[in-house]
Design a protein around this ligand. Structure first.
Ligand code: GDP
Ligand code: MG
Length: 163
């Protein structure tokens, strides 16, 4: 049984950038499925020697404002149920937003095993946001830059004991 990691968080924090980095070209073909499942992308990820399945919660970006919260909630809950562990991504440049708090609440209520990533953390502009991320009460955030490939060895160190 292989490990499944779900990447969750609000739109634009860098989930898909990280997904693409972890999966490379090893993107699994997903059947055309109805409902929220269609918006979950699954891929075969590799990090160091560790191979695992990664799920990206995509498809939120097109949602209209009024349907966004409900869609995000449904999609995230589905991903949490499919995964052994969730990577909760926040944007360290923007800092923690009320929408991030909604996601934190979903993860707590689902009793999900959570790894917290403060993304876009390359450079000093992210320092305040990384500190804010501690305030979510989900443990120590990994300082990450999906775009620049930073924080991946820290992620591997947290995943390895779960595999
Ligand atoms: P998603 O909506 O959470 O899937 O976010 P995306 O992966 O689509 O990224 C949203 C935007 O953030 C894009 O413009 C990315 O290029 C940018 N981005 C992603 N990761 C990083 C990062 O580590 N640093 C910076 N500065 N930008 C990033
Ligand atoms: Mg995305």
């Amino acid at each position: 049984m292989s490990l499944t990691l779900a990447i969750v968080g609000r739109p634009n924090v860098g989930k898909s950038t990280l997904f693409n980095r972890l999966v490379g070209k090893r993107l699994a073909l997903v059947d055309d499925q109805p409902g929220v499942t269609r918006d979950l992308r699954e891929g075969d990820a590799r990090l160091g020697d560790l191979r695992f399945t990664v799920i990206d919660t995509a498809g939120l970006e097109e949602a209209t404002d009024e349907s966004l919260q409900g869609r995000m909630r449904k999609l995230t809950e589905r991903a949490v149920e499919m995964a052994d562990v969730c990577l909760f991504v926040v944007d360290a440049r923007t800092g923690i937003t009320p929408t991030d708090e909604v996601f934190a609440e979903i993860l707590r209520r689902k009793s999900a095993r959570v790894i917290l990533a403060a993304n876009k953390a390359e450079g000093r502009a992210a320092d305040a946001g990384v500190i804010e991320a501690y305030g979510l009460g989900l443990g120590e955030p990994i300082r990450m830059s999906a775009e620049h490939g930073e924080g991946l060895s820290e992620l591997l160190a947290e995943l390895q004991p779960l595999a």
